[in-house]
Design a protein around this ligand. Structure first.
Ligand code: PLP
Length: 388
């Protein structure tokens, strides 16, 4: 009854886990949810106000599928000022979260048999969306500290390689790709005429290093890059569903064309909110990042006390990817079982490495209040002690 395409689809592991956590919580269990990558802050007040004003002004109808012109213009301004990439509004598509833009990009670029290189550990959505486009994901397995290099990519390039996924800062490792490597990757892509899909959704959440957009490294690479971004993580706007893609006009037009036959525009109200996020004060973003910094420092301090685990401090995003190989034995054969037991016995939800194609690890999100992190750490320590 159900198509093969969908039967083969693996649902989002993090969203499935969250569903389970909510069920446990509804049944009265005390669960500390450190699984989901969703900022716990409220959407900035000026953004909320813009949305309310939009509703009151009757801005509640269809818009251009690509998004309202003012928003696309503001996105261009942002990309020029912050990322040093020059775009025209016709080279911007706004959609229902960056997830939709990624989906549209794969659908538009890929043919059956094409290969798309995905550095692993990876966010599972890329893999499923690549498969939905009938292309084949080709994996580059990174070793700690999970820094992607051009050498890793070179080994996987074939005549069928259509695109490379870059996600810097990365979900789940928090690793950032250095500018030096990006320059080399750009050269490789240009030489082989390979597209880059650069998911920069965590660009604002960085702790030491700066962010570099690969499309800023020259016209040739810009012509091969689709930069993906959105408001979910930077402005605590996960529920508003606004993301955008910037890239060559032909590709963007095709993505919009696809969108005209799927969702049409994202919510008109959310678009006004996103516009306010871009043109309004950046202070709420700065505040959130400063809180993430404090939480990151706290977790580094606490995780260092647990000698059975190891980790690379994240350079960006709001996750730690923790190595628990020393804790796996006959009782817990893999990280999935370990995480399952942590949830059932101690009531802490974290995501097993299997969800990122990288067993032996778990991802813990610090997009959660300090109080929850403290409780979560206490319970994780308890659990690790019991494992010994
Ligand atoms: N890209 C990455 C790497 C993510 O981790 C996520 C969300 O978890 C997204 C994109 C999706 O964000 P959006 O809410 O804009 O669809």
């Amino acid at each position: 009854m159900i198509s093969k395409r969908i039967r083969q689809l693996k649902p989002s592991p993090t969203l499935s886990l969250d569903f389970k956590v909510k069920q446990l919580q509804a049944a009265g269990a005390s669960v500390v949810n450190l699984g989901l990558g969703e900022p716990d802050f409220s959407t900035p007040i000026h953004v909320q106000k813009a949305a309310i004003a939009a509703i009151k002004a009757g801005f509640t109808h269809y818009t251009a599928t690509a998004g309202i012109f003012e928003l696309r213009k503001a996105i261009c301004k942002k990309l020029l000022q912050e990322n040093r990439i020059s775009y025209h509004p016709s080279e911007i598509a706004v959609g229902v979260g960056s997830k939709q833009l990624l989906y549209n990009a794969f659908q538009v670029l890929c043919e059956k048999g094409d290969e798309v290189i995905v550095p692993v550990p990876t966010w599972s959505t890329y893999i499923e969306q690549i498969k939905l486009s009938e292309a084949k994901p080709v994996f580059v397995y990174l070793k700690e500290p999970f820094a992607l290099t051009v050498e890793d990519l070179k080994k996987q390039i074939t005549p069928k390689t259509k695109a490379i996924i870059l996600n810097s800062p990365s979900n789940p490792t928090g690793a950032i790709i250095d500018k030096e490597q990006l320059i080399k990757i750009a050269r490789l892509a240009v030489k082989n005429n390979i597209f880059i899909i650069s998911d920069e959704i965590y660009e604002k959440i960085i702790f030491n290093k700066g962010h570099c957009s690969i499309a800023s490294l020259g016209e040739k690479i810009s012509n091969l890059t689709i930069t993906i971004n959105g408001f979910s993580k930077s402005h605590a706007m996960t529920g508003w569903r606004v993301g955008y893609a910037a890239g060559p006009k032909k590709i963007i037009e095709a993505m919009i064309s696809l969108q005209t036959q799927t969702t049409s525009n994202t919510s008109s109200i959310s678009q006004k909110a996103a516009l306010a996020a871009l043109i309004g004060s950046d202070n709420p973003v700065k505040y959130m990042v400063s809180e993430f910094k404090k939480r990151r420092s706290y977790l580094i301090k606490e995780f260092l006390k647990i000698k059975e685990i190891s980790f690379i401090p994240p350079q960006g995003a709001f996750y730690f990817f923790i190595n628990i190989k020393k804790l796996l034995d006959k009782r817990f054969k893999n990280s999935e079982e370990w995480c399952q037991n942590l949830l059932e016995k101690e009531g802490v939800s974290v995501v097993p490495g299997e969800a990122f194609m990288y067993p032996g690890y778990f991802r813990i999100s610090f997009a959660a209040p300090m109080k929850n992190l403290k409780e979560g750490i206490k319970r994780i320590k308890n659990f690790v002690q019991k494992c010994n």
